[in-house]
Write a protein that binds this ligand. Structure first.
Ligand code: B12
Length: 253
């Protein structure tokens, strides 16, 4: 396989891509010219304007289709690969029994003002996601789902009460980087509230996170778009096993 690739539209390597954006100008001929100028500066040449529509007062939405002049070097692509085995629910249950000798406690929530619970429910609720059952289905996982708009101090409190092994936080709204700020606030609060070395495993997820940003966010793992419950369950078992290879996790009061 070639190490250098270009997008595919009508013919191999023609570079065709489609892009949409909004400019803060009223819809007229000059606005359309401005959209094409932006497309050219972004490396689309030639570019065609295929759609333009007024978006309220003084704004125009555009769709542009054109040939990207940029190349992708596959050898320079960096991603976070899954570095743990994908286990069945049966294997996860057996691993929890073996390593913890009690149910693994998971506390989940959407924090801040975020009310998008479908993502965290897809991971936690028994009905699950993409044909897989959620963590509630696992006999050795005890799930406490706190729902939407949970304040960070309340999350810390509930995690302590439940003696959580892992805290799963969802952030879907990314306006003004709310997902980043909320996650950093959450991880800082847990580090402050727990003695060093006893902080529960902190896991954050949502469609627009950079999966490589765990260290920067102060969490143990970041999960992105399309995550399935078994990936999360397998990760929890792997991570808690790594942290506590022989003995059950020490609990805080
Ligand atoms: C449904 C929906 C709503 C519903 C939410 C209902 C509910 N109970 O969740 C309602 C109507 C309430 C809503 C409201 C709003 N919404 Co809305 N909503 C959506 C929509 C259409 C779908 C989201 C969804 O359910 N996806 C399906 C789930 C399964 O996917 P997911 O969340 O990505 O979750 C997966 C992964 O990300 C991951 N994951 C997610 N969380 C976690 C957590 C952990 C721990 C792990 C491991 C994994 C994980 O696993 C999941 C399964 O794979 C999106 C657009 C879209 N198509 O995405 C907009 C969208 C998210 N909403 C948006 C907006 C702006 C709003 C509002 C502000 C609108 C308004 N002006 O009022 C309000 C905000 C309300 C609030 N306070 O949060 C924007 C966000 C833009 C941004 N950049 O932040 C979007 C992107 C729409 C858009 N294009 O503008 N919304």
């Amino acid at each position: 396989m070639s190490q250098v690739v270009r997008p595919y539209g009508d013919t191999t390597g023609d570079g065709m891509v489609q892009m949409s954006f909004t400019l803060p100008v009223p819809h007229d001929k000059r606005a359309e010219g401005a959209a094409l100028q932006l497309a050219a500066k972004m490396g689309l040449a030639p570019a065609m304007l295929v759609h333009a529509a007024a978006m309220g007062e003084g704004h125009t939405f555009f769709v542009v289709y054109g040939s990207a002049t940029h190349l992708v070097d596959m050898s320079a692509v960096e991603v976070v690969e899954r570095d743990y085995p994908l286990l069945s629910p049966k294997d996860v249950n057996a691993a929890v029994k073996r390593s913890l000798r009690r149910p693994l406690v998971v506390v989940g929530a959407c924090i801040g003002t975020d009310a998008h619970t479908v993502g965290i429910d897809a991971i936690l609720n028994i009905k699950g996601f993409a044909g897989e059952k959620g963590l509630e289905y696992y006999s050795e996982i005890q799930v406490v789902n706190l729902g939407a708009q949970v304040l960070v101090p309340d999350l810390v409190e509930r995690a302590r009460e439940a003696r959580a092994d892992a805290v799963l936080v969802s952030q879907v709204v990314t306006q003004r980087d709310a997902h980043i700020h909320n996650t950093m606030q959450m991880s800082a609060a847990f580090r402050e509230a727990y003695p060093a070395g006893e902080v529960p495993l902190l896991v954050v997820g949502g469609p627009r996170f950079d999966e490589g940003a765990a260290a920067e966010l102060g969490v143990d793992r970041v999960f992105g778009r399309g995550t399935t419950p078994s990936e999360v369950a397998s990760y929890l078992v792997h991570a808690l096993g790594v942290r506590h290879p022989r003995e059950p996790k020490k609990r805080t009061t």
